[in-house]
Design a protein around this ligand. Structure first.
Ligand code: KIV
Length: 267
């Protein structure tokens, strides 16, 4: 990538959306993958709290800590030259009070170099979204299926169909000052309606093609996460199979004495 690369800021992200451009977002959790995503031209990189499941092997997103999000967020932000970097506020780092949320969102911006934070909730988090915005910290909301509410929802994979609730949540997030909103696992017609009503970009995951943009968990779309095939997911590669084959070949070649060969050895 040239050294003239133009960084996508929060205003640029919003402008791109209002000019009709489809926005792309993927998750990343470290320097190497964030660099690949950035070079490949993704508009935004989310350091999602999905790292609890994808990187740490947990069954929900609840255990990941603020310190861990900052640790990963900093690695991602350091790799990125162009994309907008957003870091999730993890469970219980913003639900206690707007004051707690501002303090922790501020830590994320200061200590990672990211551009913005994301939190889950619409109407119930409106006061918090407003408070974070007043501290000049750009904040994205996330409505529909909210993984941090898994204990209340009972499971994470169910499509959310309460139209009035979703419309209220989306409007509340925009009115409170969110610069964008993730719509997770909602019917496509409803996602279209929300996208038409709001002026801020909607970023869908399992919400159909009519959102302003799309987000996927990076390792899921690269085929790195085993046994996870929700309807909305398209695997654009099968890197787990390629990686497994490469490691098997290495093991076999070392065991059979064919690696290292003369071309890999110093005289
Ligand atoms: O944590 C995450 O990866 C997310 C995306 C699925 C939107 O919130």
């Amino acid at each position: 990538m040239s050294s003239q690369v133009k960084k996508i800021t929060v205003p640029a992200f919003r402008e791109a959306a209002s000019s009709g451009q489809k926005l792309t977002m993927l998750t990343a959790y470290d320097y190497m993958w964030a660099g690949i995503l950035d070079e490949a031209g993704v508009d935004s990189i989310l350091v999602g709290d999905s790292l609890a499941m994808v990187v740490q092997g947990r069954s929900t997103t609840l255990p990941v800590t603020l310190e861990q999000m900052i640790y990963h967020g900093e690695m991602v932000a350091r790799a990125v030259r162009r994309a907008l970097v957003i870091v999730d506020l993890p469970f219980m780092t913003y639900q206690v009070s707007p004051k707690q949320a501002v303090r922790n969102a501020g830590r994320i911006l200061k200590e990672t170099g990211a551009d913005a934070v994301k939190l889950e909730g619409g109407a119930i988090q409106a006061e918090t979204i407003r408070a974070i915005g007043r501290a000049e910290i750009p904040v994205m909301a996330h409505v529909g299926m909210r993984p941090q509410a898994v204990r209340q929802l009972g499971s994470m994979g169910r499509v959310q169909r309460d139209e009035q609730q979703l419309l209220d949540d989306a409007r509340a997030a925009e009115d409170a000052g969110a610069f964008g909103i993730v719509l997770e696992l909602i019917p496509q017609d409803l996602a279209q309606k929300i996208t038409e009503i709001l002026t801020i970009p909607t970023i869908g995951i399992g919400a159909g093609p009519h959102c302003t943009g799309q987000v996927l968990v990076g390792p899921d779309m690269l085929g790195l996460t085993p046994n996870f095939r929700p309807k909305f997911l398209k695997q654009f590669a099968d890197l787990r199979s390629s990686a497994t084959k490469a490691v098997r070949d290495y093991v076999s070649e070392v065991q059979h004495g064919t690696y290292p060969g003369p071309e890999h050895s110093h005289r």
